[in-house]
Ligand binder design. Structure first.
Ligand SMILES: Nc1nc2c(ncn2[C@@H]2O[C@H](COP(=O)(O)OP(=O)(O)O)[C@@H](O)[C@H]2O)c(=O)[nH]1
Ligand SMILES: [Mg+2]
Length: 220
């Protein structure tokens, strides 16, 4: 009985994700779903990325956390409109659902938007299970998390179009084998590009921004 209820929830989410995808296509908005464990640097990445692509690209940001408006407040300082979803109101869910994205997106002027970036709830498991109607998924993994996370949490790496290896400025202080991480990522998703970045020093950002702009152009 419980399995049936869970299946119903997933079906309803898929239906809403289809609706979102059609809406975003009609409005010509490119949508990225950014996922990672808490603290890997998603919000910092967004702050620095927005600094590089605005005002050429009109952006909107949806951020998900169980509690607090901290991330939306950080994003608003970049000048981009930001909406915070707190899943506390839905029992503290560990992911954003297609329904919550539909509701948040209705507060934006999608006609004037080129790029909608969703920072999902920090978690390497649940967000990968829920389609929100995005065009691409980007997984962020920081070098302080250990090399083996792609093997332990394969779904997120299998379902993503790009992996960003963040915090490479910290490599001199760590026993971390970046080659091994890349080997594990390739084992899970052989086609996926991996870009090494630092959201602190902006190393690797040229490559990341180029990837992003190319994907936006491809949709138009
Ligand atoms: N050294 C270093 N610290 C970073 C980098 N990116 C983020 N951080 C720090 O990591 C912590 C968590 O970052 P945050 O963006 O809030 O992560 P989120 O939970 O994934 O959104 C903060 O203290 C950031 O300053 C990076 O590239 N290098
Ligand atoms: Mg954050």
């Amino acid at each position: 009985m419980e399995i049936k209820v869970a299946q119903k929830m997933l079906d309803a989410n898929d239906e809403m994700a289809r609706h979102n995808r059609l809406l975003f296509k009609e409005k010509n908005v490119f949508v990225i779903n950014i996922m990672s464990s808490p603290g890997s640097g998603k919000t910092t990445l967004l702050e620095k990325t927005l600094g590089r692509i605005q005002p050429d690209i009109n952006c909107g940001i949806i951020v998900g956390d169980i509690c607090t408006k901290n991330d939306a407040e950080r994003i608003l300082k970049t000048g981009a409109p930001a909406i915070q979803i707190n899943t506390d109101a839905f029992g503290g869910e560990c992911h954003l659902s297609a329904g919550s994205i539909e509701k948040a997106a209705s507060d934006f002027n999608l006609e004037e938007m080129d790029l909608l970036i969703v920072e999902n709830v920090g978690n390497l498991v649940c967000p990968a299970e829920f389609d929100i109607g995005e065009d691409v998924r980007v997984v962020v993994l920081s070098v302080t998390e250990g090399e083996d996370k792609p093997l332990k949490y394969p779904l997120m790496f299998r379902e993503s179009s790009l992996a960003l290896l963040n915090k490479i400025d910290l490599l001199p202080y760590l026993d971390y084998d970046i080659g091994l991480t890349k080997k594990y990522i390739t084992r899970i998703n052989a086609e996926m590009p991996v870009i090494e970045i630092s959201s602190k020093t902006l190393e690797g950002f040229d490559q990341w921004i180029e990837w992003l702009k190319n994907r936006i152009i491809q949709k138009k």
